[in-house]
Design a protein around this ligand. Structure first.
Ligand code: OFO
Length: 170
């Protein structure tokens, strides 16, 4: 059974994962508008992944005697600049998410909730992977600069992203 403090913190993160999904859906729509279909697809897959992050935590709260509490989701931005700007915004967001996951783990430690500490290790590893993946795309876009051919090659690569595998709560 999770404590009220842990339940509130997890519900806060569920809301942030929803926001992440919203943000990436907005980025997908923006990439459609600027003629980057591969990036549009990549962010649509990222949206799907964030929904899985959210539902994994949502299920965990309920399976551990807590109350899943859904809150209002903030409106994301709709304009992002160049394709490099879009991915830099994504990287900055993932760094924020890493900080929030670390704070969640701090809370689990403070209330001596060992089960939630173990559960959160999955998110810690996932955040390292997310930052690395997006950081790599930012590096490639920086190298491509204004080179249209290079940008098309990167966009083609982004179009090959596969859907995320289904997750379980534990
Ligand atoms: Fe849920 O990891 Fe991205 O935001």
């Amino acid at each position: 059974m999770i404590t009220k403090k842990m339940e509130d913190a997890l519900n806060g993160q569920i809301n942030k994962e929803f926001y992440s999904a919203y943000l990436y859906l907005a980025m997908s729509a923006y990439c459609n508008r600027i003629g980057m279909p591969g990036a549009e697809h990549w962010f649509r897959m990222q949206y799907d992944e964030e929904v899985l992050h959210m539902t994994k935590m949502f299920d965990y709260v309920m399976q551990h005697g807590g109350k899943a509490h859904l809150m209002q989701i903030d409106e994301p931005p709709h304009e992002f600049g160049t394709i490099l700007d879009v991915y830099e915004a994504s990287l900055a967001h993932e760094k924020s998410v890493t900080g929030w996951i670390n704070e969640l783990l701090d809370t689990a430690v403070s209330v001596k909730d060992h089960a939630t500490q173990a559960f959160l290790q999955w998110y810690i590893a996932e955040q390292a992977e997310e930052e690395s993946t997006v950081g790599d795309i930012v590096s490639r876009l920086n190298l491509a600069g204004e080179n249209g051919g290079a940008l098309m090659m990167i966009d083609d690569k982004l179009s090959q992203r596969l859907p995320p595998a289904p997750l379980t709560a534990n």
